[in-house]
Design a protein around this ligand. Structure first.
Ligand code: LLP
Length: 436
């Protein structure tokens, strides 16, 4: 997929660059991002709205992968940006992202984070709960601002996905409940404040969703509510944000829609609803994370040790693991992989790919058919672009890997590999001498 292909040497090539050369230059594990594929995905989302002549914002959910370079790339592509913490906001501001297109999410934004956002002149704050509503109202008054907000609601829709990442169902820590009066009360309070400007409503029903049905149902519920709010409060929403969650294909077993197909179905539903309730067409916002960067990322590992459990299993270990990709351990997520230096070699055995962390659960892939792999070979694991580096950690004091962008035959280092010195940089040694 994307610009990946096998070159004359039998090596995996991405963006016109040999991944084995990359591994030798930058070391492993290494995340390699196919920039052309990210641009293609971004444009497909935008063009779907343009085709229908609709005003829209496609906000990249930067939790999927936040770094200055990716934020710059999304700015270049004319996207908006969803941040969920002071850290992601800081990254966005450092990258020079247009602040009026940054949206701030989160179920427990701190006073400091909200102040930082207001000081920067943030485009929109997605208000999650009553505590935040009153805190933001108070801060906006102090800042003498009229802060643009969306109200995040929980429409009570279960998306077909892994339990851990369900966020749209009723029993959720996120948002105002749409049906028990919470959302109405939140709107009433927000409308009463001269320091808040309610742009509209937001919901996010989950992640790695394969069908459009959930989005269509959610849109319907939001518009029913908006019709009621117009009648009850004379409130007319300028913006309806339907969140992210569009699924991608990690393995051949996954069967998602094409990214823009989700948007197409959302648009059809919005058009029906707007007509049914005689509402003006709002601006539609979406917040894709995974579907913009997920399949554009590939991790290159070096293969090291092997262990045979006779008649049961061959373990093949790589130089990373749950420290750079925690998704298999956390969600039982599945991945596909090839030997990056011998992609076309015949598959001779079925092996299980182990990470190097001191934990039995640190397995990246079970039962992967591969050519006979040995130390010195390279493994390329596909679709690691979302929630890979973003959830990377220093368990076992493993330094976090480097990240390179490749495009048109050129590679650019965008995150340096951590050094051992980086690992102890924040450590404060004891003052007293322990030994001697
Ligand atoms: N908007 C909101 C409000 C969200 O909570 C999320 C993801 C997104 C947008 C982007 O969702 P996406 O398009 O990337 O599915 N760590 C998990 C995923 C957690 C998603 C949390 N919220 C994983 O590795 O699968």
């Amino acid at each position: 997929h994307g610009t990946s292909r096998v070159n004359e040497r039998g090596h995996l090539e991405i963006g016109g660059v040999d991944t084995i050369e990359l591994a030798k230059t930058y070391g492993t594990p290494l995340y390699v991002y196919d920039v052309a594929l990210i641009r293609k995905r971004a444009r497909a989302f935008k063009q779907t709205f343009e085709k229908h002549g609709l005003r829209a914002q496609v906000a990249y959910a930067s939790k999927a992968f936040s770094a200055i370079a990716i934020v710059q790339l999304m700015a270049e592509e004319g996207l908006s940006l969803d941040v969920v913490s002071g850290g992601e906001l800081y990254t966005a501001l450092k990258a020079g992202f247009p602040v009026e297109r940054i949206h701030f999410h989160g179920n427990n934004k701190s006073r400091e984070e909200l102040e930082m956002a207001l000081r920067a002149g943030i485009g929109c704050i997605v208000v999650d709960n009553f505590y935040e509503l009153s805190l933001l109202e108070q801060l906006s008054r102090e800042f003498e601002r009229k802060t643009p907000i969306l109200l995040r609601v929980t429409p009570g829709i279960e998306a077909h996905t892994h339990d851990y990442i369900l966020t749209g169902q009723e029993d959720s820590k996120f948002g105002f409940d749409l049906h028990n009066g919470q959302a109405d009360e939140a709107l009433k309070q927000a409308l009463a404040s001269p320091h808040l400007q309610v742009l509209g409503i937001h919901c996010h029903i989950g992640s790695q969703i394969f069908e459009a049905t959930g989005f269509v149902l959610a849109a319907k519920k939001l518009f029913e509510k908006l019709a009621a709010w117009r009648d009850q409060y004379r409130f007319v929403a300028e913006v309806v944000n339907l969140g992210g969650g569009f699924g991608i294909r990690y393995t051949s077993e996954d069967d998602p829609l094409a990214p823009e197909q989700y948007v197409e179905e959302i648009i059809q539903e919005v058009k029906r609803d707007v007509e049914m309730f005689s509402l003006p067409m709002p601006e539609i916002w979406i917040e894709p994370g995974r579907s913009l960067v997920g399949d554009a990322g590939t991790t290159i590992y070096s293969i090291g040790s092997r262990k045979e459990v006779p008649n049961i299993r061959q373990y093949v270990a790589v130089d990373g693991g749950m420290s750079d990709n925690i998704r298999p351990a956390l969600y039982e997520a599945k991945y596909e992989a090839v030997l990056a230096n011998r992609v076309l070699d015949e598959k001779e055995e079925v092996v299980s790919i182990a990470g190097k962390c001191c934990e039995s659960g640190d397995m990246l892939i079970w039962d992967l058919p591969l050519p006979k792999a040995e130390a010195g070979d390279y493994l390329a694991v596909f679709c690691t672009g979302a929630y890979g580096y973003a959830m990377a950690n220093n368990y076992n004091r493993l330094p976090r890997p480097a990240v390179v962008f490749v495009e048109n035959g050129e590679a650019q280092l965008v995150i340096r590999r951590e050094t051992y010195e980086d690992l102890v940089r924040l450590d404060v040694p004891l003052k007293t001498k322990v030994n001697k």
